[in-house]
Design a protein around this ligand. Structure first.
Ligand code: SF4
Ligand code: SF4
Length: 151
């Protein structure tokens, strides 16, 4: 289900050149109505529910209705970010509330190492997957159906 904006909470990001939801949406779906200073999703069919806009919206004015496999009985799912964690508040239709807090990546913007610092010289003829065997904690990986090991 696509994202939607609660107009009672949206403050138009206080008339910045680009709103936070516009900045965050990888699909360029969010638009600001300059008359009402409220944002909206201009093409809900194209929304892939990535929740980037929901997570970045400062006054928590955005939401995404979760699919049945995610919240089977229906619920509101609202994230709240801090500098080192994200808290998800789940409000079920019965009124029951559950909160889950997880640490988040704290790498300074623009400082993330591509490929996480792993050697990117991949050999496509090799049976090992990228970062193997080091990332598995094993000394070597055995090719499927053989006795060929690679360190
Ligand atoms: Fe409104 Fe939130 Fe979008 Fe800012 S980020 S324009 S407050 S919906
Ligand atoms: Fe864009 Fe993702 Fe928000 Fe949909 S959920 S409007 S794709 S940022």
């Amino acid at each position: 289900m696509p994202s939607f904006v609660n107009p009672e909470k949206c403050d138009g990001c206080k008339a910045l050149d680009k709103t936070a939801c516009q900045y965050a949406c990888p699909n360029d779906l969010m638009v600001l109505n300059k008359d009402s200073m409220k944002a909206y999703n201009q093409e809900p069919d194209q929304c892939w529910e990535c929740q980037c806009c929901v997570k970045i919206c400062p006054p928590q004015a955005m939401d995404v209705r979760g699919y049945a496999d995610f919240v089977p009985m229906g619920a509101s799912v609202v994230p709240l970010r801090s500098s080192d964690s994200i808290m998800w508040t789940i409000t079920f239709r019965s009124g029951q509330v559950k909160r889950f807090k997880f640490p988040i990546r704290t790498t300074v913007e623009g400082k993330a190492e591509p490929a996480g610092g792993w050697d990117t010289k991949a050999n496509l003829d090799d049976f090992t997957l990228f970062t193997e065997p080091a990332s598995t904690g094993l000394e070597a990986i055995c090719a499927p159906g053989t006795k060929t090991w690679k360190k």
